[in-house]
Design a protein around this ligand. Structure first.
Ligand SMILES: Cc1ncc(COP(=O)(O)O)c(C=O)c1O
Length: 385
């Protein structure tokens, strides 16, 4: 056993890092949330929804277990997972769907497993951390493309071919960017993928449930194609957790056989699968949720235009402040007025682009949006903002 003083020595390097972060105003901590929700990704208000809760009670009553008890490949393959995957594939128009424990793991697993050594992975500069980490685990070469620039993806592929690249390119994007609220040029990207015999991976984390027919996402037109893999995370508009990866049967079977995070992990809770099944049903049955959220998006866009601020036309609305400290000051001022708005700083966003990330959800209402807009008008009036 280590002595106390040796223990302290082992911790020094971590303490040094934490002190350095604090010195740069970058130390993060876990705090309880409070105030009107303008920061969660529970866009349709399903996380605390009565209908989903009732579906869970019914699932418990029919004996659906809390825990899977093992990997999907062993005892953990519950009928609830299979039912969810069949329903999700039908709903999204995919050939197959595989349910992962989280969106982070799904993105990581796809990129760590599918591209081969001779392939090229091209990431949009602003794609989620889980894709960066997955690309860090791939055996393929990795390149980056300027945000939302389909030509930059093509240039990366051409440069790689010129260097002798022989495999397939994998283009990796979000359909609606989590910190910027802007949309990927999916038509142009699929065109690049098609012309270069490549694959397109689309992370629909922030579009699933909100955009597309029945809330099927922005990539709905491309689902079912052999060279498209779509990730629908379930912890955002679907109000639950996990991720449904929609893909071809060959790639699904390959993941089941080769993806270490899929194989060597306890399967997601079957009860969570039951919650996601109900959430998908809500998407079909209750379009009024999307309509209301759309109304709030328009209200926010008009209010921001009046403040001379650009708007994204989505439920994710960044208000760029630039300086990290000023951003956190604005966020604190809004929080003090009862609005749960978070400041986002580097490294989550590029240096000099610290921002308030406003997300619109049905946990707030039109009156709250109006209140927030007036509070923003006063708060953004401060020096340097
Ligand atoms: C774009 C994007 N992809 C993936 C994830 C990870 O999904 P999950 O929260 O289900 O792990 C997130 C979550 O922040 C995200 O914003």
């Amino acid at each position: 056993m280590l002595q106390r003083n040796e223990d302290a020595g082992h911790l020094t390097r971590y303490e040094t890092t934490l002190r350095r972060l604090a010195g740069r105003g970058r130390l993060r901590g876990l705090s309880e949330s409070g105030g009107i929700d303008f920061s969660s990704n529970d866009y349709l208000g399903l996380a605390g929804d009565g209908r989903v809760a009732e579906a869970l009670q019914a699932a418990i009553a029919r004996g659906v277990p809390i825990g899977a008890g093992g990997s999907r490949l062993l005892r953990g393959n519950d009928p609830e997972h299979l039912a969810l995957e069949a329903e999700a594939a039908a709903f999204f128009g995919a050939q197959r769907a595989l349910y992962f424990g989280s969106g982070f793991v799904a993105n990581y697993a796809l990129l760590a497993c599918l591209p081969h050594r001779a392939d090229l992975v091209v990431l949009d500069d602003l794609v989620h951390a889980s894709c960066h980490d997955g690309a860090g685990a791939t055996r393929a070469e990795v390149a980056f493309a300027r945000h939302n620039d389909a030509n930059a993806f093509e240039d990366a592929i051409l440069a790689w071919r010129k260097r002798g690249g022989t495999g397939c390119p994998w283009l990796v994007v979000e359909s609606l960017y989590s910190m910027d609220g802007d949309r990927a040029p999916l038509d142009a990207l699929i065109d690049v993928a098609d012309r270069h015999d490549g694959f397109l991976i689309v992370d629909e984390a922030h579009a699933t449930g909100v955009f597309g027919p029945d809330g099927r996402g922005l990539a709905a037109d491309f689902e079912g194609r052999d060279n498209v893999v779509v990730v629908h995370t379930c912890g955002k508009a679907l109000g639950a957790s996990g991720a449904l990866v929609c893909l071809s049967p060959v790639l699904a079977d390959y993941l089941v056989n080769r993806s270490r995070p899929f194989i060597y992990a306890t399967a997601p809770s079957p009860l969570m699968a039951a919650a996601v099944r109900e959430a998908l049903q809500v998407l079909k049955d209750e379009p009024q949720r999307r309509d209301r959220l759309n109304g709030m998006m328009s209200q926010m866009a008009q209010g921001l235009a009046a403040l001379g601020r650009p708007s994204t036309g989505s439920q994710i609305q960044p208000v760029i402040i630039g300086d990290a400290e000023a951003t956190m000051g604005c966020a604190a001022a809004l929080q003090a007025r009862g609005y749960d708005i978070r400041g986002i700083r580097p490294p989550t966003v590029p240096e000099g682009t610290s921002r308030l990330r406003i997300s619109l959800t049905l946990n707030a209402d039109e009156a709250a949006v109006a209140g927030l807009l007036s509070a923003l008008a006063e708060t953004l009036d401060g020096p340097g903002r």
